[in-house]
Design a protein around this ligand. Structure first.
Ligand code: FE2
Length: 179
């Protein structure tokens, strides 16, 4: 195996590419691990962040949302495991190879949509979502934020289990859309 890239060969890169596949296909385990880590974050809310994720996804599922919307609802805050400040951008980039462009943008911008419901208490404009009104995914982002994300902080809500969402996680994250 090469010791510096400028002396590498096609055969070596073939081998490296093959060795990456099990790791790429192991993405569901990493997503589940990040969701489990959300249980360690409460951050002053009335529920921990795993409950919030499960409530958001359960509400979307019970409302008959499509699979990718349920997935968005489940994973939208996993970026908080790394940093809350830019968690929307973090999760969007983590899942980008595995989801639609619409899902990527909804995840990337979801804090701007959520701000309508509380940014007046943070000294920030509440209408940040307006900059996206011409985007094709805007109605889906509104539905996600207003019907489910902002309404999913009830500790007495009986959520479906994380295990019940594992088939969905496996469907989306076992194989990227493009390598
Ligand atoms: Fe959220």
């Amino acid at each position: 195996m090469f010791t510096r890239m400028d002396s590498s060969t096609a055969e070596e890169w073939q081998h490296i590419t093959e060795q990456h596949m099990p790791h790429i296909q192991d993405m569901p385990k990493r997503v589940i691990s990040m969701l489990e880590q959300l249980s360690e974050l409460t951050l002053g809310f009335g529920t921990d962040q795993l409950h919030h994720a499960l409530q958001t996804a359960t509400m979307a599922r019970r409302a008959g949302a499509d699979d990718e919307m349920i997935l968005i609802s489940l994973i939208h805050d996993i970026g908080k495991v790394v940093n809350v400040l830019n968690h929307g951008q973090i999760v969007a980039e983590i899942v980008k190879p595995y989801v639609s462009d619409d899902a990527y943008h909804i995840l990337r911008t979801h804090q701007d949509f959520q701000g309508e419901h509380y940014y007046q208490y943070m000294g920030k404009p509440q209408d940040l979502r307006k900059q996206y009104t011409s985007e094709a995914w805007y109605p889906k982002a509104i539905e996600f934020t207003d019907k489910w994300d902002q309404a999913a902080f009830d500790p007495s809500y009986q959520t479906d289990s994380l295990a019940s969402f594992e088939p969905l996680i496996n469907t989306f994250f076992t194989m990227p859309r493009a390598l």
